[in-house]
Design a protein. Structure first.
Length: 218
């Protein structure tokens, strides 16, 4: 499987990703508590502006504005029926930005489809099970793939059960898949997973890339 991120690293020795999405959009008028994903439909020019800013700053990889774009999260804003529309638009906006950047600079960059957690807990601590999570993530991953992302980027997870469901859904698209967990100062995720446990798990399920993000740990 061709992995465009690996290609960049092999060529340059590194791959620079973009930065925070929501916090940057706050400066453009996004209100606290409002889902930034809806801006892909309501204010796409602002999402495109942020992608261009990151690309001009030197990012090799930009992530779609779709972190909370699953039905579980969007249900909190009565938008759970718009998963396909939102994620497709998020991918299209990002791809248009990288295409424009390539035309202007000749520099190839990559679009990763951001997939964040559902916000629900798995049984026995919560009500979510693998099949439910798989269906939730399948809907999002399919729309991102159809919109043109080149990699699916599962991020800021805390338990391997959710990574398993998201990864299974993402791998169905045939795209490379990356997954990251968030670790605290005790070197564990919120659900007690250590980096070494996660690395072994990621290898066992065939992830293309694995890492950590958005935490105060390692």
């Amino acid at each position: 499987m061709n992995n465009p991120i690996t290609d960049i690293i092999e060529e340059k020795g590194w791959c620079v990703a973009d930065g925070a999405t929501g916090s940057n959009l706050f400066g453009r008028g996004l209100e606290a508590g409002y889902p930034p994903e809806l801006w892909c439909l309501e204010r796409p020019e602002e999402v495109a502006w942020l992608h261009r800013e990151f690309l001009q700053a030197g990012a090799d990889l930009i992530l779609t504005n779709s972190f909370g774009g699953n039905s579980s999260r969007l249900e909190l804003h009565a938008s759970e029926q718009r998963v396909g529309e939102i994620n497709f638009a998020a991918a299209q906006i990002a791809r248009a930005a990288t295409k424009q950047h390539l035309e202007e600079t000749g520099r190839k960059t990559v679009v990763g489809g951001s997939i964040g957690p559902t916000g629900a807990l798995f049984a026995p601590m919560g009500m979510l099970d693998h099949e439910q999570a798989f269906l939730i993530f399948t809907e999002q991953a399919k729309a991102l793939a159809e919109g043109g992302v080149e990699v699916l980027w599962i991020e800021t997870m805390s338990c391997i059960e959710e990574v398993a469901a998201a990864s299974e859904a993402a791998q169905k698209t045939g795209l490379p898949v990356c997954a990251t967990l968030t670790f605290d100062t005790a070197k564990r995720s919120m659900m007690g997973v250590t980096p070494s446990q996660f690395a072994k798990f990621a290898r066992d399920i065939g992830l293309n890339m694995v890492g950590a993000n958005c935490g105060v740990g390692p």
